[in-house]
Design a protein around this ligand. Structure first.
Ligand code: HEM
Length: 465
């Protein structure tokens, strides 16, 4: 019995030693180059416990983790994370430009989104694996860009009053904004892609499913989603229901009636039409983009405006709809600037080298590089005039602030104008119809990695104008 106990202790000690060795193991780089420092600020530097502390920060506070390590290691450092490749963060604006402009066969996102539930796994596609996922993502990005020409987007505000009216007539005197705003947004964006007939048939179910699926990109949930607990997760069941619904109901629908179906019909991958599995995946992916960020960022833009009575008053003095929407587009920019999709990650298929402080740094292939709007957007030399203050008028001043809000390069957002139009028209229509008074303390804002929906209700009193 005693011998067994001693064996147990020895095995635990060996395991802890191996873990610690792995956590500190240096990155090898070619002669004449140097590796980024392995960063272990705060509790991450405590032997053995540091690995657990790192894991906890990655899951619960990814933005704080980068900020803490920046204070100790500067703008270039590597974070080692259990069970995944190393992440080297490059925090200066120069790398934001350079890394995001690298070609897709050098720095891709297939490996990154491959780890995101629904899009990366759970929802079937013809072939699994990060490379084929990236091909579909690039095809989807092109398809969405072609579906968002300026002329079509400029007509979108005309659809909003009817949609807002239908939703708000069901609202009571007190409304929970955390549950009431996103269905409006989803209807506006999805009607745009699906057309009226398909939305009328599927819209209610799409709204329920995508709200759950959107939660799946919150990091603690993404972590849980690769454990057996995923059977308890609403987003897992929502993905299955979504898949079954579109598999069973789309074939009976006349594609000519739905812009997205027409676009999918003409899409080509390796000069061939998409397989049936990839057609369904593409349908899911376009609506995933159309709902995930617009839903939460419109909610938070509305909250940011409601918290600032002077901004609201100024808005209401503007008679013309275009003038109000121009101001509200700047409000969205400011909401996204202050709480952006805080890290943009690329997986390296080839090494990335750069000179920093007179040394040539080498990040090997097989690692990820991350640029970080989370800190860039608060830097005084990029955003002059009190970067920590919410100020939509900063975009009117010269020089304009340099903000990192919608990405750039081959994986940059194709829908900035569309998103501004959607958020501005929905918030404008809500505020034109109602006075909304927030009734409770605001929920905590969580950035993991984008700004997620709040974790608790946001009750507001509604007074019709
Ligand atoms: C407020 C709303 C939105 C924000 C803040 C936002 C932000 C972003 C950001 C930061 C990226 C770059 C990601 C990276 O470099 O890794 C991106 C990429 C992209 N966005 Fe958006 N986006 C929004 C809305 C939309 C909408 C409505 C669509 C389409 C209907 C869309 C489609 C895309 C696509 C196709 C990409 C490139 C592929 C990818 O990175 O997944 N986005 N977006």
């Amino acid at each position: 019995m005693i011998a067994l106990k001693q064996w147990g202790i020895a095995a635990a000690a060996a395991g802890a030693f191996a873990l610690e060795w792995w956590f500190r193991r240096p990155v090898r780089t070619p002669d004449g180059t140097t590796a980024a420092p392995l960063a272990r600020a705060g509790a991450d530097s405590i032997p053995v416990i540091g690995v657990l502390s790192r894991l906890k920060s990655v899951i619960t506070d990814p933005v704080g983790l980068v900020v803490r390590n920046r204070a100790r290691y500067g703008d270039v450092f590597t974070l080692r994370v259990p069970s995944i490749y190393d992440f080297t963060f490059l925090l200066s604006g120069e790398h934001y430009q350079r890394v995001l402009s690298l070609p897709t066969d050098h720095a891709g996102i297939g490996e990154v989104l491959h780890r995101v539930p629904t899009v990366g796994y759970w929802f079937p596609r013809e072939r699994t694996g990060p490379e084929t996922l990236q091909e579909l993502i690039l095809l989807g990005r092109r398809l969405m860009a072609e579906m968002l020409p300026g002329t079509a987007v400029s007509h979108l505000p005309d659809t909003v009053p009817g949609i807002v009216e239908r939703h708000t007539t069901r609202w009571l005197r007190t409304v929970d904004l955390s549950a009431a705003v996103h269905p409006i947004v989803y209807e506006v964006t999805c009607r745009y892609f699906l057309g009226d007939e398909l939305w009328d048939r599927l819209g209610d179910r799409l709204t329920t499913y995508y709200r759950h699926i959107g939660d799946g990109i919150d990091i603690p949930r993404t972590t849980l989603s690769i454990t057996p607990f995923h059977y308890l997760m609403p987003e897992f069941h929502a993905t299955r229901k979504l898949y079954r619904m579109i598999r069973d109901e789309l074939p009976a629908f006349d594609d000519a009636q739905a812009p997205l179906m027409r676009a999918i019909d003409t899409a080509r991958l390796h000069d061939a039409p998409l397989s049936q599995a990839d057609r369904l995946w593409m349908f899911m992916y376009v609506l995933w983009n159309a709902t995930t960020y617009p839903g939460t960022y419109t909610y938070w833009t509305l909250i940011d405006v409601l918290q600032r009575p002077r901004l609201q008053e100024g808005l209401l003095t503007l008679d013309s709809r275009p003038a109000r929407q121009e101001l509200l587009s700047r409000c969205l920019m400011e909401t996204v600037r202050m709480h952006p999709v805080s890290s943009l990650i690329r997986y390296l298929d080839k090494p990335y080298e750069f000179v920093h402080d007179g040394k040539t740094f080498h990040i090997p292939a097989g690692q990820a590089v991350g640029v970080f709007p989370g800190t860039l957007n608060r830097e005084a030399h990029r955003v002059p005039d009190q970067p920590d203050t919410y100020d939509p008028d900063r975009y009117l001043r010269d020089p304009a602030p340099k903000v990192a809000t919608f990405g750039r390069g081959p994986f940059g957002c194709v829908a900035q104008r569309f998103s501004e139009t959607v958020t501005a028209s929905v918030v404008d229509e809500l505020l034109q119809r109602h006075r909304l008074h927030l009734l409770a303390e605001l929920p905590v804002r969580r950035e993991r990695v984008h700004q997620t929906y709040p974790g608790s209700p946001t009750p507001a009193r509604l007074v019709s104008r």
